[in-house]
Design a protein around this ligand. Structure first.
Ligand code: GUN
Ligand code: ZN
Length: 433
């Protein structure tokens, strides 16, 4: 069964490179056209150049004045923490003990997991996020619940069952063997099943024994195109704890490297307290940093250093880290990322922030031919942003002197209200009320 060709006329934002290092990396088309057929992009460019491809059987959708951009990619989020967002604590470790572990216990119930997974996906799509790397809980069924919900909507999601076999409540523990077996089974069931992709998910070094990290590394070697996701160097107390638990390693990151968990498609949340050697190892191995500014500010974790990341050529992406993060919106995440960058004397342009949240993330994840750019042949995951979503946004965008100023207003003032519609594989999956 094939879908009819549809063309959307709007402003267009696409990318050919990192705007921070490539002149003309961001392409802004004032009067653009996006042509979609059978869930894929056929063409994206200026209306004048593409109008001749509006065959009589093409449906034309008029969105002049609005912006079409690739769907956002959130590279670090915890779907089971959706309902515990906005739970304050005096830092990461007490927050885990007080709120996170008790909340994750509820995901032993598959019905509860399905219910939260559906709500979580509703929230992502309302915010314009079409791909996310999400943690599940230690329960195998929590991953099944997320993948089932994602598959039913034909979304490109990356997810994995959490591995943790120590330093957490008894009721949330697996073992090195059961974690290996459950992950292997989930990879067989879900990795590349339709648009679903699997991520091996050791929560963070403190909650895994060396035996579990060893087993995880073995699975990673067996499946080189599976993702890996974990946390690293988020909080000073956590860094100290890792040094005690894993003596003899030169750094926290080195623990992961020792177990074969630094490579392409390995995504590490936070990366605040890395040193220059760590950053160089991330860059050399192709491992990816997920900067989570709303979470880092909310939990008081620290300030990510964009200058040092750039000098090391460490791949950087953006994550919400809900429930440590305070918003599912990648626009709000850009807002906070901009302020965190400012605190270390670094200027993040809007073009770069949108790139980090779309094409940059896709490239870092090895999905550059799949999502994030609107290049012909890629999957038609895109969003429609409304510059008149709020009176203030309308005023500010109305006075913008350049595409950069116009996009910057979205990044500072935008949230789910700015997202008029969201499309996944060419089908509308969200429409603003
Ligand atoms: N480190 C280990 N687990 C977590 C978590 O659930 N959230 C955050 N932000 N950091 C973590
Ligand atoms: Zn996290």
């Amino acid at each position: 069964q094939t879908d009819k060709r549809t063309a959307y006329r709007a402003k267009l934002l696409t990318f050919v490179g990192d705007p921070a290092t490539t002149a003309g990396g961001a392409c802004f088309e004032e009067d653009g056209l996006l042509i979609v057929e059978d869930g894929r992009v056929v063409a994206a460019g200026s209306y004048s150049a593409l109008r001749e491809r509006l065959t009589p059987d093409t449906t034309l959708v008029e969105w002049r004045g609005k912006l079409i951009a690739p769907g956002f990619i959130d590279t670090h989020v915890h779907y089971p923490q959706t309902e515990m967002i906005a739970s304050p604590a005096a830092g990461l470790l007490p927050w885990l003990d007080t709120y996170t572990f008790p909340t994750e216990r509820g995901f032993a119930d598959p019905e509860h997991a399905s219910n939260v997974a559906e709500f979580f996906l509703d929230q992502l799509l309302a915010c314009g996020t079409t791909t996310a790397l999400t943690y599940c809980t230690v329960h195998k069924s929590s991953a099944d619940a997320l993948f089932k919900a994602s598959e039913a909507r034909n979304l490109r999601m990356v997810a994995g069952k959490v591995l943790m076999d120590r330093n957490c409540p008894e009721f949330l523990r697996d073992t090195a063997q059961s974690g290996y077996d459950d992950s292997a089974e989930l990879i067989d069931r879900w990795h590349k099943q339709g648009r679903q992709l699997y991520a091996l998910t050791p929560r963070f070094a403190p909650t895994s024994t060396p035996a579990q990290l060893e087993a995880c590394g073995a699975l990673a070697r067996l499946h080189p195109d599976v993702f890996i996701q974990s946390h690293v160097s988020e909080n000073t107390d956590e860094v100290k704890w890792v040094a005690e638990l894993f003596p003899g390693h030169r750094s926290y990151l080195d623990v992961y490297e020792h177990y074969g968990l630094l490579r392409r498609r390995a995504v590490y949340g936070h990366c605040i307290y890395l040193d220059d050697y760590d950053r160089a190892r991330m860059a050399e191995t192709g491992a990816v940093a997920s900067h989570c500014p709303t979470s880092n500010l909310f939990l008081g974790s620290g300030l990510f250093d964009f200058d040092k990341a750039g000098q090391a050529k460490m791949p950087v992406t953006l994550g919400t880290d809900v429930g440590g993060g305070t918003s599912f919106s990648m626009l709000q995440t850009m807002n906070e990322a901009h302020k965190v960058a400012r605190m270390t004397g670094h200027h993040l342009t809007a073009a770069r922030m949108f790139w980090l949240a779309t094409a940059g993330a896709a490239q870092a994840l090895g999905l550059e031919d799949t999502v994030g750019t609107l290049r012909p042949g890629s999957e038609a995951d895109f969003i429609v942003l409304d510059p008149e979503a709020t009176p203030l946004l309308a005023r500010r965008t109305g006075l913008a002197q350049s595409p950069e100023e116009w996009l910057f207003a979205f990044a500072m003032l935008g949230d789910d209200r700015a997202v008029q519609e969201t499309y996944a594989a060419g089908k509308r999956v969200h429409r603003r009320a």
